[in-house]
Design a protein around this ligand. Sequence first.
Ligand SMILES: *Cc1c(COP(=O)(O)O)cnc(C)c1O
Length: 847
Amino acid sequence: MKKNKTASDVRSKLEEKGLDKQEIQNILIEDARTGLSVEALKRAISNNLFYAQGKFPEIATRHDYYMAVSYAVRDRILNRWVGSVKQYLNSKNRVVSYLSAEYLLGPHLANNLINLGIYKQVEQAVKELGKDLDWLIEKEIEPGLGNGGLGRLAACYMDSLATLEVPAIGYGIRYQFGIFEQDIKDGWQVEDTDNWLRRGNPWEIERRELNYEVKFGGHVQHYTDNNGKFCSNWIPDLVVKGVAYDTPILGYKVNTTNTLRLWKSEAPKSFDFQVFNAGGYNEAVRQKIVCENISKVLYPNDEQEEGKILRLQQQYFFVSCSLQDMINIHLRQGDKIHDFHQKFVVQLNDTHPAVGVAEMMRLLLDKYMLDWDDAWDITTKTFAYTNHTLLPEALEKWDLELFGKVLPRHLELIYEINRRFIDKVTVRFYGDHQKIASLSLIGEGPRKYIKMANLAALGSQAINGVAALHTDLLKKTVMKDWFELSPEKFSNKTNGVTPRRWMVLSNPQLTELISSKIGEGWIKNLDELKDLEQFAKDKAFQKAWMEVKHDQKINLSKKIFQRMRLTVDPDSLFDVQVKRIHEYKRQLLNALHVITLYNRIKQKPEADIVPRTVIFAGKAAPGYKMAKLIIKLITSIGDVVNNDSDVNKKLKVVFFPNYNVTNAQKIYPAADLSEQISTSGKEASGTGNMKLSLNGALTIGTLDGANVEIRECVGEENFFLFGLTADEVENTKANGYDPYDYYKNNPELKLAIDQINEGYFSHLDPDTFKGLVRSLMFDDQYLILADYQAYVDAQEKVAETFKNKSKWAEMSILNVARMGKFSSDRSIRDYCKEIWKVEPVPVKLEN
Ligand SMILES: *Cc1c(COP(=O)(O)O)cnc(C)c1O
């Protein structure tokens, strides 16, 4: 057998060197675990197939091979991982703790191969075993533990922290069911559960021994101890156990391997015993289910708070486990609880983990018996808060009564934090009741509620927005009073994306072309892309550049055919809007443009129109009616357009189902045009805009989120700008905006809306889109009609420019060359320097 032959080859070589049998055996075993040569990898994969899967090549399935390769890769990660943990334990360096309810990681295997630098070797090893690596990679079910941008940002930040060799732990929830899978049936979204763990997860290690108890409900007893100290004792009515599941996060071509620690909820043994002994077997089973429910499923809402008890339980569950874990790590090193903030800095990814402020106080006061001022001092030096949204419907509020039922002790603490705070601000802003009410942690109304953003802001040493415009608007609007109170806490940290996943992994051809000109340094230092500028006008380079793009478009076209049996033309302009479906993101504006193009082609079939393929993708929150209707409209327009032979050689409309990281990696590289058309002032940053531009797409966009900075970097002449500014949006609304005026006065717009209204796209059924049309013509909160003409004009400029291939190539190259700022490495460096005050700690491996 081939396998034995290669092993014996190595053996005979070692024998020649004079090593004895046992020594040779040890080397071979070790080599199968850590060796990076093709031979060692082959042996490792074969071994895993046999010893981990109990299979041999003749009967091994594709999934068996995927697992065998994954375990071989995991073995090669483990020595780096253990080495990193050892290094951190022995050092006094500050550790970044990133708290996020979501991590939208994407598949691990290919990413780990890239970061280990062994993609080619493993590809070869797998090939020699008669399989295709890409075919195995496709087998991986991605962990979809997030909704969209926010969760993806957390994943990019974990990659950059490790690559920059910064000691960090990511904490979150190990949802048994991640974001639902989207299917399209009869043009409508239907949801299916995401049972991502059903075939096992080779990338995590369960740490049974690492578990913490988390209390819920019940009541609080107060008493005075022997020393006359006021004490609180929380008697819960439910105790849940959180068990740690660790996933290694490799840095790119460094030893550093950080940990993503996700908590799974279970019933504590002691508890169901009690109930069982009391004779309540059914009750014990019920409690077990209640406990396990907490980490069962991710809430599928993006930019919309849910207000459900279970959601609050999830938040508190993972935050409490994480803080207990950090304190445990800190104390185990022999350090004093008083120095906690020197060991850990805790970043709150939005307000989802903001209850951590109250939990930290509880632990310090009730468990470690610190006095209030010391506890508050440590807490406020520990936390930092990232705000992700200006949308009022996304700001987290908890009904006070509900909150008190789930977390009675925390409610007391929040009252006390607030009392002390309000005493202070009352002195400072004497008589300004409105300001004081706005700063209060507690909102008044028919029902009182807790404002999580205020809790996060008060309990943190730093507050940041995620793009320059967003931070600016934060200071002027939702956090205005906080800015006046503590301007020194505020700063901007513009989001970024990791070039490892979003260029090297998803677009190897572009990576190779770029590296052939400027070397590989850009992968870790994205500013080096600047060196491409000198080739922007180089005809040969332009040609190679556009060939890469064309190849990516062919790849995507094949996928589109496989998924939808729809043929698209890779020579047409690929016009791409892929992101969560939300009214503020204005997929409807894009849809109106598509209808306008359709009508123009219909009316003048001979006109010289640039052929386009308009590609949409994105999930709608299952309870968001309008978003689901928008999907139905897009697919319905597609049905008409794609089947109309007068039009379908020049225009196609695609709704690519189940937008997730796996599919994003296929779509971004194939885009010519990136649609970033949100109503100005609504999109906090966006990161899809960055990923598309880094893959050579030109942007049509509003001055919103990070678009503003992208345009500044790539140059206004290389960006298709349109639409009202954030200020103009506010003024337009303040001056009594009437969408009907725009409808009435714009014949092409009127025609498009009339067609939707009259059932042109819904088999003459005028009811299907009634709600949508009504919202557009009589409400239009997102100023779609106000921006329509400017958008159509900008699209004409896009088409005109696309006709000039050389000009387009030049603009595309310049876009990529000038996008260095948008690496998540830059974001993380800024956080490290300005908020976290942490330094890299290179990891040395012993061997
Ligand atoms: C980047 C990304 C997003 C965020 O996209 P935006 O265009 O910034 O909203 C959402 N989902 C996935 C899968 C992504 O990769």
